[in-house]
Every structure is written in C-alpha cells, then in structure tokens.
Design a protein around this ligand. Sequence first.
Ligand code: TXA
Ligand code: MG
Length: 351
Amino acid sequence: MKTEIINVTYENLNMELIKKAGLVIRQGGLVAFPTETVYGLGGDGLNPDSSKKIYQAKGRPSDNPLIIHIADFDALAPIVADIPEKALLLARKFWPGPLTMVFERSDIVPVETTGGLNTIAVRMPSDAIALAFIREAGGYVAAPSANRSGRPSPTSSKYVVEDMNGRIDMILDGGEESQIGIESTILDMTTQPPCILRPGYITKAMLEEEIGTVETDQTIFSNRSDLSPKAPGMKYRHYAPKGTMVLLEGKKEAVIEYINNETDKKLEQGFSVGIIGTDETMNAYTAGFIKSVGKRTDERMIARRLYLILREFDDENIQYIYSESFEGDGIGQAIMNRLLKAAGHSVIKLP
Ligand code: TXA
Ligand code: MG
C-alpha cells in the first residue's frame, strides 16, 4: 500500500487537505494524525472493518480496545449508555485535552472497536489538526498510538513514517513535536469512585479537585503476572526501545556510580550503551551515549522528551540503556509508569 504523507500547518489549516483525510476515514481507510499527546492511528470508530484494519496495521492483539476520539461534546451521548455527573464536570474542565474517560458503551459501538468489552474509552483531543480532522471524518475516530505494537509511541511524524509507511493510507504531518509527549490519562468512570487506569499529564490531584476521591489501579505499578490491569493494553510490554533497559532506584550518588561501572563493563564487552540522566546529573556520567531527559523540577519537559530519547537510542542502535528513576504522584508517576514498561519492570534498587 502506498502511504500518502501530507504536510499540514497549524497557522493556516488547509481544509482541503483535512477534508481529503476525513474522506479516507469515511471510506474505511486509515489515517495517522497528530494530537497533543502522541500521534494517533485513526480509523472510523463505528466501522468494525476499520478497527480490524487498525489492529493489523499496528500488529496489535485485538483484545486491546481502542479509544474513540470526538471533536464535540454532543458526540458523546450517542456512543455511551449514560453520562455520569462526574464525567460532565471533568469534561467541562479537561476537554478538549489529554484525558480519556471510560463509559458503558451504547449499541452503535462495534465490539471490534472495544476489544470485546462493554465499555468504551473516549477522548476529545485539543490539537487543532486533530479536531478538524475528526469532524471531517464523521465525528468518531478510533485511534491507538501510531506506533507498531511494542514500540514507543511516536511524538514526531518521523517515527510515524518509520513505523507505518506502507501500512496505512495517509499520514497527516503536523510538522511539530507533540506538546505533551506521553499518552492521555485514562479514567474509568464506570466504577465508584472512578479509577485511574493509566496515569498521564492530568494527575490524580487535578481530577480530585473537580470530583473528589479518585483511585488508581495499583496493578499498573506491579510486575506480578497474576494481576491483570483493568486497561488491557497496560499488560503489554510496550513503550519499549529495542535495547535492554534497566532502571536504577536509590540515592543519586549510588545510581551514578552504578551506571558508570555497568557502562564501563558493557563497553569493554563491545556493547553500545545509552544513559538516561537529568540536567542535574548529566556531567557525572563518564561514558556511553548520555542523554538528559530534562530538569527534575520540570516534569512536563521530562514527559515530553521521554519517548523521543527512547527512539533516538533505537536510531543509534543502543544495546543497553540505563535510566534514572522518577517518583511522586503527579506527572512523575506517569513518567515512571512508562519507564517501568519500557524496561519490562527491570529495576535495580540500590541501598
Ligand atoms: O493519548 C492517547 O490516549 C493516545 C492518543 C492517540 O489519543 N492514544 C492511545 O491509545 O494511547 P492506545 O490504544 O495506544 O492506548 C489506549 C489504552 C490501552 O491501554 C487500552 O487497553 C485502554 O486504553 N483502553 C481502551 N479502551 C478501554 C476500555 N474500554 N476499558 C479499559 N481500558 C481501555
Ligand atoms: Mg499505545
């Protein structure tokens, strides 16, 4: 299949091009498009064949449900069984934006889109290209992140092309790197209290300020294989770079010393080594490809750079990656969640 790559700019949205992309979706095709979190791989969410095609293009197991993207609040009611009061409050505050809410689904949503579940995940992105495209596409765009299954989500069109060229009909290239850089927060509204299934840019504290108590699915931080997360996708080792990745936890000095020693060993054995450090520690590392993910005090920047760095290590054929850890219950939690998954839960705790 030939993939058409179309450049769109934010300053001057070319509606002819957006209409063309929307038509591809309405005819059952697939179009990758930018959002403020990561690039999405879109198909018609109400067309079961489109959803099947998405799974094929990604190489993704079809029990892993898709998020339906909408552009207008009125589009929500037809696809859900009901809209809880708390969801209304959250939509008013955080939509359009990086929050996905899970609802009981209505009959018009095909099970192919929901991976067989009776619930449906819905998000209204804030990206201007995404919003215009969703409207032209008929209002319901099912979209996972636009990476091949198992790879880090793409935050620039370059990596969408790398993973999807030849597998989908069209790529809308927004020309800029994704503003947020990690996937949306997913909140299950079908339970009481609502439960965070995937941490993200919208933190627990931000949600609780609007609706009171919110829980977090604890299985997402655990590597116990007998617990299965409520968001089916969270069980897969995705977000992963090609190299073997290890996370280091402990005092700053101990982490630096450990990473420097391991790096020397691996380099001696002839392997290539990458290090994910921070502005605060960059200069303390002595060998390997050293990258700073940002300042520890600027978690938004860290979230934004994380996948880019993982992808760059792949570009450089890095075989071993050592990374510092992050903590907290804000965006740090989302960052750590993605790192844990990238490392397949390989963590070394230093005294
Ligand atoms: O920021 C984002 O959410 C991006 C952009 C493109 O919008 N999309 C994204 O989609 O990350 P994806 O498919 O890569 O991740 C969706 C996650 C998966 O872990 C999936 O299991 C979960 O959402 N999910 C989808 N529908 C669900 C449902 N009904 N119940 C529980 N989890 C659900
Ligand atoms: Mg994904």
